[in-house]
Design a protein around this ligand. Sequence first.
Ligand code: NDP
Length: 444
Amino acid sequence: MSYVDEVLERIIAKNPAEPEFHQAVKEVLSSLRPVIEANEEKYRKEALLERLTEPDRQFKFRVPWVDDKGQVQVNTGYRVQFNNSIGPYKGGLRLHPSVNLGIIKFLGFEQIFKNSLTGLPIGGGKGGSDFDPKGKSDREVMAFCQSFMTELCKYIGADTDVPAGDIGTGAREIGYMFGQFKKIRGTYEGVLTGKGLSYGGSLARTEATGYGLLYLTEEMLKCNGHDIKGKTVCVSGSGNVAIYATQKAHQLGAKVVTVSDSTGWVYDPEGIDVALLKEVKEVKRARLTEYAAARPSAEYHEGRGVWTIKCDVALPCATQNELLLEDAKALVANGCIAVAEGANMPTTLDATEYLQQNNVLFAPGKAANAGGVATSALEMSQNSERLSWTFEEVDSKLQGIMVNIFHNLDDAAKRYGKEGDYVAGANIAGFEKVAEAMIAQGVV
Ligand code: NDP
């Protein structure tokens, strides 16, 4: 049996209830086969894959808090510190009822390669809780965040582990967590990113993941003889990534015609009205039905269905496993030329394979959505310097990083005879740097 298959088998046996983690490891290791086979003896001796797939450490803790009725609630908190061979652990905190250890591990594992791909000195980690901020009052969210940070603050620090936002963790939650960290630890340090501008946040961090997704998509299209200008785009989700992806797509001359949320989706052939979308989702925190009610050109549909709309470019920006094989078939049948993942692992393995087999350009999330974490690393640099850069400075650095990421993965794919396979390219480029650092640092 090959080294990769042996390791995969062992991971499934050791972590039986973590299907998302299995899926992520399988996807990464499968596309690393050419590199691993070329170095099999060395990597086996070093147990490199076993070390890479076992987190440095993982914390699971109780998060008790009191709701507005005086009732004590208990959630579970997680932080997985996966790999710090190229820099302090870095990765977001997800607050969503679906959160469990397997999901945090899959996200943390992917983060290692994504962070490496940015070219910046950041390791991989992830955390979160099964707490659902939806429908909670500000006081309840604060009570949860303070309790969560009371435990988490023991394990993190500006040079150790720097969490950020993710699903359910926006500026409000980061603010409450930062306040509690400062209160307990008594230091003012860049321990979290995604902070408010008045206390160490970076301009353009809010926009970074969505904007970065478009910068990379634009470069991928350009290098394959297409222009983003004039393209019709389907976006899923209507959160942070989806909103700013839509905004940048419009700025680049494309037209986004769909967005979705966890209950339904909107088709707006005139092009999504970003100001209205922001009002509905960022200000009112309401459902997309309100968007459709305020916009005569928009149709609202219950359930899922974004990928049935004809488009040139598809940008899944909601959540994991939201673009399935049947969706990939619909996209191909409708003439889609490119898919770039704004969310983490939104496309299932069989859907990814189908798209690639049908010559759809496919940019995996760990490259395409790396703009968020790259800008978080720029926030860390600004905090260390005690300086704030302008929006234009950060945005232009972000654009440079995304273009560079695309060329790194394009080159890596070519080096291993996999031209145009950007999934393999991203994994190989991300892996090579981490593997070299791990080996150089000895058995730790
Ligand atoms: P948000 O919480 O801001 O938005 C998530 C969006 O996805 C919402 O519109 C939500 O709908 C929708 N959604 C969630 N679950 C489902 C579901 N099961 N089916 C359909 N829609 C769903 O999160 P972000 O925009 O920040 O993150 C989106 C994705 O991007 C995640 O995978 C995240 O890990 C990834 N990502 C985010 C980064 C960032 O900087 N924010 C960086 C890199 C990756 P509703 O409004 O109903 O909740």
